[in-house]
Design a protein around this ligand. Structure first.
Ligand code: MG
Length: 277
């Protein structure tokens, strides 16, 4: 009885403080353009509760709302860095042996696009693949954090498409063109907090057909291990993102294709492939 009272009073305090807690304990943040401004909000159903202040510094609800259909979604964060882990599911490795440590590479902040934006296929690209992934969003500056402490630095998760040009990936000195070209990093539609991110279903659909489907519980290196490892070498800042790796196999996309990455609890990230003009 006493425990129940304590829980109820904790919930009351959270609600009174303006902290955005959805009924299921999951909060979904969006970043969007509305009437010439870029804003953050909490998405509940089709309604956005407008926030005031920086997403990573305890923003408060303003009390005003706007409908999702009236705004244009933006990438849910503006990262200073976009880091990615490769070969992090055995299903993607196939018969290859897993690495002893996470294999890292970088994408550029300019590769990030929002839900609904177009993936632009460069004129000389021939082998452009999707990679559906769970993506970590960092909440506070992280330098040399332990695996045990890493969860404190994870703000939430989103869905990402680590778009990759396989021919360039094989041919080039580094993966700069292959992974970091403009529009090669669709992200969104929301950042979700309060999810059990080490067991979320990640699905990719190409033109409505399921092509990838696996839980993040199968990650070789889980989210805390990734954050701890990266932070040994690179100081992570609020809003930075880390793609965690793609499961299964991938295939080439062509202009006109619609690719959807769905992460359980996050929603569907949908983008269309177009040819460069
Ligand atoms: Mg990847």
């Amino acid at each position: 009885m006493r425990a129940t009272t304590a829980v109820l009073s904790t919930i009351a305090v959270l609600l009174a403080s303006g902290t955005a807690v959805a009924q299921d304990g999951v909060t979904r943040y969006v970043r969007y353009a509305y009437e010439g401004r870029d804003l953050y909000g909490v998405l509940e159903g089709e309604t956005i509760h407008v926030l005031d202040g920086d997403l990573f510094a305890s923003p408060r609800r303003t009390g005003t709302t706007v409908q999702l259909s009236d705004v244009r979604l933006l990438p849910p964060t503006q990262p200073s860095k976009v880091i990615a882990v490769g070969l992090n599911y055995q299903s993607h490795l196939g018969t290859r042996q897993a690495s002893e440590y996470p294999g890292l590479f970088a994408k550029y902040p300019t590769s990030i696009i929002a839900h609904g934006d177009d993936i632009v296929m460069p004129a000389d690209a021939n082998n452009l693949h999707y990679e559906g992934e769970l993506v970590i969003v960092i909440g506070k500056e992280a330098h040399n954090v332990s695996v045990a402490d890493a969860a404190d630095y994870i703000f939430g998760v989103t869905a990402g498409n680590d778009v990759s040009e396989r021919d360039w990936q094989a041919a080039d000195l580094q993966w700069l063109r292959a992974k970091a070209s403009d529009t090669f990093g669709p992200l969104g539609p929301v950042i979700a907090t309060g999810l059990n991110y080490n067991d979320l279903l990640v699905q990719t659909r190409l033109n409505g057909e399921v092509r990838q489907s696996e839980s993040s519980k199968d990650l070789i290196f889980n989210l805390e291990e990734i954050v701890s490892y990266v932070s040994r070498y690179v100081t992570l800042m609020p809003g930075d993102v880390i793609f965690t790796g793609t499961p299964g196999s991938t295939q080439a996309m062509k202009p006109g294709d619609v690719v959807e990455i769905e992460v359980e609890g996050v929603g569907v990230l949908r983008n269309t492939v177009v040819a460069a003009r």
